[in-house]
Design a binder for this molecule. Sequence first.
Ligand code: CS2
Length: 496
Amino acid sequence: MSTASQRLGLASLGRVRAGGVPGYDPRAIEAGIVHLGVGAFFRAHQAAYTHELLQEGHHAWGICGFSQRSDTVPGQLAPQDGLYSLLVRDAITAPRLQVMGALRDVRCAAHEPETVVEKIAAPSVHAVTLTVSEKGYRQDPATNGLRIDDEVAADLGGQPPRTVVGQLVRGLQRRRAGGGAPIAIISCDNLTSNGAMLRRLVLDFVDRLPATERGPLGDWIATQVAFPNTMVDRIVPATSERDRAEVEELMGLRDEGVVVAEPFTQWVIEDAFTGARPPWELAGAVLTDDVERYERVKLRLLNAAHSLVAYLGVLMGHDTIAEAVADERIRGAVLRLLNDDQIPTVTPPPDVDLSSYRDEVLHRFANPALGHRTAQVAMDGSKKLPQRLLGALRQRRADGALPRYGALLIAAWMRALSAERADGSIADVGDPEGDTVRRLLASARNDHEAVRDVLGIRSVFGPDLSGDEELVEAVAEFYTALGRHGVDGALRAVGG
Ligand code: CS2
């Protein structure tokens, strides 16, 4: 039996056997960035861009990162002095390994709400980046404003903040009181106009504060705080124990914080800052006035296709995205979704050719080395579909078209939430609306009624879609076909 390897950390960095190590001294960098949501995507994306800046000598741009509720990532990285490795995998070349040193401090916001506020207020900090997932923002889709649930109400009442928007506002409030240096708040989640949306939620929170507390905070935020829109792209599967073992083998050190990613990476950031900003363009990020068109292309092509591959894959028993997209039936359906229903709704930026983009997306999904699980992409569909599918679907309906593959995607999501496996257990597709959907499905008298009821969930489908009889019919037809004849039967029905 081999003895346990030594843990990755500053003291053991010199012993890294294979892979790159930081060309800078992580102890000597300053944390000019605060990040909320230190999951795998952030560590393989924004932190990797920031690592490149540090390699170039821009030492003011280290990151102080916070998880929201979970101790897992702080528990993995604190004993490693914030160091972790990024393993880039593709089908052809050997995996590439790089130790990242950009994350200088990793904490859990739930345990240290005061530290989050203090860091956002610190004059040495110029940017707050966020990857808190679609549901982390607590947007009310009926109003596009903040959803005032119990936790938001408690944050408004002045408790140490537990919600993302509460943390931002309390941090900004203190920052203004302490001199008011400008700052950028940069959402890096897959949401339409993510910056504008977050700005609105922040101002909504401020508006609800008692007048004595609010003072001129809203005006200051409106002029001094930038909320650039961004488009982020890199496929980052959840890390498995096998990945950690492989890194240990390659590196000769144990790294609990390994993240795995594909080679492709893209970051488009709206060039709308009010103060100093990290020069991420040196690491390949694109700064532009026109993020929206990039973001539309990405959400409506890559993310929508991903969801269809994931739900059909879950229903057909394909464990990974690569396996699912290698199935000609799924691949064919995805191409139809993109060509018929999604591509007609986007106007690409001048440097993007939609057919090449589509083909590249399918090629990226096919990367067999990633082990990206269908169940991971299938998660939280009720929060994802409005962003990636329903906007395009509404646009097609307004043009008089019936997006059949879009309807199939809704039907497949509904089936996946209630899908029985061979052993009779329910497939484990996590979704905040999962219980509601299952309840509605169980109480409906027939599939048509079931679909109408589910499309009546306003927080997902808005006030309009359940009244769209033609759409309800199409979703119901495919939902029935999925239940009776499986994916093959449904694909026959969709194909007409
Ligand atoms: C995926 C995304 O899990 C999902 O819903 O569609 O996380 C996708 O991998 C990224 O957006 C790629 O940039």
